[in-house]
Design a protein around this ligand. Structure first.
Ligand SMILES: Cc1cc2nc3c(=O)[nH]c(=O)nc-3n(C[C@H](O)[C@H](O)[C@H](O)COP(=O)(O)OP(=O)(O)OC[C@H]3O[C@@H](n4cnc5c(N)ncnc54)[C@H](O)[C@@H]3O)c2cc1C
Length: 235
């Protein structure tokens, strides 16, 4: 059975033209942060109280990071390969990815919306990204589609001829979609969100980081508020 899902699964946030972020499972709550911190004093609570919110703000501000590590999120993500490459640089977390060695490659490719076709202005480290003319945006989209079509047709032909998938995949562009599972604790998630839901991050991964942050805020609202109040610096 192909893992790749044609439709966006339920409870997923759609991202880009064929992607999504879905929270597969979470063991995550603000109370877990509080209880992890209070175990130092041999105490445990069943419910959050006002004072606990202050404790979370203190832990965040003074960068006592370990109590945030007792929360886990497992995400199911579909994104272009170039986004996954950026994502996989985040070492604190676990990944398992769809394999083009064992399964047939996807025929879904990222074509940016016209307003996302941009030009790069300025120097390394201080780029800004400006819109391009309508004509250039359409030309970019057409040229991407043409390359994707040709690449996928070549892939299919080689596989039909008996070339191993693990080799035929060499023709696939980094705009092809891939899927993976990512399990991450709240501390490393905040580091990811701080770096990737940021104006300096590439627009495409930023859209995914926004979705990750929305799930985080839903599951751990007090922690998320403290993170934002602390200037979005991970503890
Ligand atoms: C805007 C932007 C531009 C980038 N440009 C480039 C680029 O041009 N080239 C490039 O190669 N990468 C680039 N990166 C990737 C970047 O260098 C990091 O690899 C990536 O952001 C992961 O961050 P991290 O190490 O903090 O996360 P994680 O790997 O998840 O680590 C989380 C935290 O754990 C600690 N940690 C993890 N591993 C170690 C270790 N070995 N030693 C000490 N502490 C550790 C650190 O405190 C780290 O912040 C870029 C990232 C961003 C956001």
């Amino acid at each position: 059975m192909r893992l790749s899902l044609d439709a966006i699964p339920e409870h997923a946030i759609a991202v880009l033209d064929h992607g999504f972020v879905r929270l597969d499972e979470a063991m995550a709550s603000d109370l877990a942060v509080v209880n992890s911190a209070r175990v130092s004093f041999g105490r445990r609570k069943e419910e959050m109280e006002q004072a606990d919110e202050g404790l979370i703000r203190f832990l965040m501000r003074d960068r006592h990071g370990t109590p945030f590590e007792h929360n886990a999120f497992r995400f199911h993500v579909r994104c272009p390969i170039f986004v996954a490459r950026e994502w996989f640089r985040h070492r604190i977390g676990s990944f398992n990815e769809f394999s083009m060695r064992y399964a047939r490659a996807t025929d879904e490719f990222y074509v940016p919306a016209a307003e996302d076709v941009r030009t790069q202005v300025g120097k390394p480290g201080a780029y800004s990204f400006e819109p391009v003319s309508e004509e250039l945006a359409e030309q970019t989209r057409d040229e991407l589609r043409a390359v994707y079509e040709q690449a996928f047709a070549t892939y299919e032909r080689l596989v039909e001829l008996g070339v191993a998938r693990e080799l035929a995949r060499a023709v696939m562009p980094v705009g092809a979609y891939t899927e993976f599972y990512w399990t991450v604790n709240a501390r490393a998630l905040m580091n990811f969100v701080a770096l990737r839901n940021h104006e300096t991050a590439q627009r495409e991964i930023r859209r995914y980081a926004e979705a990750v942050e929305a799930f985080f805020a839903e599951k751990m609202p007090v922690t998320h508020t403290a993170f934002v109040a602390n200037g979005r610096v991970a503890p």
